[in-house]
Structure formats: C-alpha cells, structure tokens
Design a protein around this ligand. Structure first.
Ligand code: NAP
Length: 299
C-alpha cells in the first residue's frame, strides 16, 4: 500500500491561516502587529529568492516588514551596528540575517550580535542552549527542526517511545532535531539515534526507525530496503540533480528514493513540497511568538 504523503505545502496553508488569525487578534487587542526585518547582504541569487519569499509571506500575514538590503562590501562593523539598531527598535520583534554572508564577515559574530529575544531563526547560542535545557526555558526553536517536529505531530505520528533515527549531525538540522525529539514532553519522548558518515552500518540503524529523519544532502542515500514497513519518513534533503528542459528550473530531489520508499513507509514527505515550505512558516511562527512575548513584557 502506498504511504500517506505528508504535504508541507498543505500544512503551511493551515499554519499560516492560524497565524493570520493571531495577527488580526493582536492588532485588535493591542494596536500592533509582529515586526520582522530581513537583512540581505549582497545579491547571491539563492539568498535573494529566499528573502523574497520570506518578505512576501510576512506581508501576506499583515506583519510590519522591513527589507534591509546591504551591499556585498558592507563592513562587519557596519553590519553589527545595523543589527544593534534593530535590537533597539521596539517595532521589530524578529531579526533575520540571510546566510551565508560574504567571506570577510564572521557569521558567528553576526549571529551572536542579534538579541536572543529577537533571534527568530533560533541560531543564537543562548536559544540553542535553552532548546537543549528544554521545558519552560525554550524560547525559539530553529526553524527547520521546528518544521520537522510540527510535521511529525500534525501527521498524527506517535512519538512517545518511538525509535527516531536522524541521519546527519549539522548544527541547523541533525543536532537540534535529535535533541528536540528526545526531550520530555508532547511531540517528543522518543528514543533517538543520530547517525553520520562515521557510523558503522547505517542501514541497520535506519531499519530500526519508527521515525526516520534524513538530513544528509546526498540524493538517494536512503534505499527502500532501509525503511521499516509503516515508518514515518521525513526527507529534509534538497539536492539539485539537474535542470528541467521545459522550465529551465532546477530539478530537486531529496535524500530518500521517494518512489520506492513510498511503497514501504506509512507516511512520507515529498521533495519538493515537504519540509521546505515549513521552514519559512516556522520563521513566521517564531516572529508572532516574539511579538506576543514583547507585548507581555510591556504589560
Ligand atoms: P550538512 O551541514 O552538510 O550536514 C550533513 C550531515 O549529513 C553531516 O552530519 C554528515 O555527516 C551527514 N552525512 C552526509 N553524507 C552522509 C552519508 N553518506 N552517510 C551518513 N551521513 C552522512 O547539511 P545540512 O545543512 O544539515 O543539510 C542537509 C540537507 O538538508 C541538505 O540537502 C540541505 O539542502 C537540506 N536542508 C533543507 C532545509 C529545508 O528547509 N528543507 C533546511 C536546511 C537544510 P558528517 O558530520 O560525518 O560529515
């Protein structure tokens, strides 16, 4: 039997509708809306397209959106000063600096300069530390792992006591989602194994997984015979495997052999249209959260 497809495109619509409702309520109750600044340095085409999408989504939700484009040769000092300006701007609740940055700028210094209170990407060490501590301490979860967890929960997958195997240990996906799924609490309480290039017998680990999360960046890495029948498979990989002759656009593939895997898995995310649309959605959710927190602090 073919697996149920977990559509990120559809879930995004549901979540954005919920957020739009919240923004309206905030406007009515407090006369304010969430404010997001997107800082883009240079004109890297992939970054331009990500920022354009973020801006469009923020505007569609009724946010106060500031798109701050800076030249490729902006100095690190000037960029840090710009961030400080937005740290102190009460109309801004979320600061997003599009990565990667030009080589002459130290990315860590930039991430560390963003106020943890406005770090809606969830990359600041303070927020990563709070994410590890868990419980009430958690403020902003990093967007891609937050999107993955949301998909698992909204698809009705049982996480309590589930064997979760995460392929990949990057700071933006593998490590945080491993921690999050192992936390005490709803949507988690799983038994987590994180695997990587030095893991012995990757296949054997994957075959145990009730929930298999793959974030390696290797097209077709996960073979259908590695999947436990009925498992939930979340494919985070986004790989450009060619260019369409018809549209001239990149052909994308995940890290899982989707066509074969969907005949074995119980639930599976497609690429594109799976985790991808959830990442920006979670950025919007974090910004709405931030706006509420800032309002509560003022009360
Ligand atoms: P990354 O920093 O390159 O990390 C990849 C991880 O996968 C590393 O830990 C690596 O192990 C592991 N790995 C690579 N090849 C492997 C193999 N053959 N066997 C076992 N483990 C292997 O990548 P990332 O930033 O986490 O991104 C992963 C993928 O997700 C990429 O395709 C990226 O485009 C995609 N992504 C998608 C979204 C989204 O919104 N949909 C967001 C972020 C990333 P080692 O540590 O041992 O090298």
């Amino acid at each position: 039997m073919s697996a149920e497809i977990i559509s990120g495109t559809q879930m995004r619509q549901e979540i954005l509708a919920e957020l739009e409702h919240e923004v309206k309520a905030m406007q009515e109750q407090h006369g304010t809306v969430p404010g997001l600044v997107t800082i883009l340095v240079g004109e890297n085409p992939a970054s331009v397209s990500y920022v354009t999408l973020k801006v469009k989504t923020a505007l569609s939700l009724g946010f106060h959106e500031v798109q701050d484009n800076q030249p490729e040769d902006i100095s690190e000092q000037d960029l840090l000063a710009l961030i400080e300006k937005y740290n102190n701007d009460p109309a801004i609740h979320g600061i997003l600096v599009q990565l990667p940055l030009p080589k002459h700028i130290n990315e860590d210094a930039v991430i560390n300069a963003i106020s943890p209170d406005k770090d809606v990407d969830g990359f600041h060490p303070v927020n990563l530390g709070k994410m590890v501590i868990g419980g009430d301490q958690v403020r902003y979860l990093p967007c891609t792992p937050a999107g993955i967890q949301e998909m698992i929960v909204r698809s009705g997958t049982e996480t309590e006591g589930a064997e979760v195997v995460v392929v990949g240990r990057s700071n933006i996906v593998g490590k945080p989602i491993s921690v999050m799924m192992g936390q005490k609490g709803p949507g988690a309480n799983s038994t987590v194994t994180m695997v990587h290039t030095r893991t012995k017998d990757l296949a054997a680990h994957c075959q145990r997984a009730d929930i298999l999360i793959v974030a390696a960046g290797v097209p077709g890495l996960v073979k259908p015979e590695w999947i436990k029948p009925g498992a939930t498979v979340i494919d985070v990989g986004v790989n450009r495997i060619g260019v369409s002759e018809e549209t001239g656009k990149a052909i994308l593939s995940g890290d899982v052999d989707f066509e074969a895997a969907k005949e074995i898995a119980g639930k599976i995310t497609p690429v594109p249209g799976g985790v991808g649309p959830m990442t920006i959605t979670m950025l919007m959710k974090n910004t709405v959260k931030s706006a509420w927190w800032h309002l509560q602090e003022k009360v």
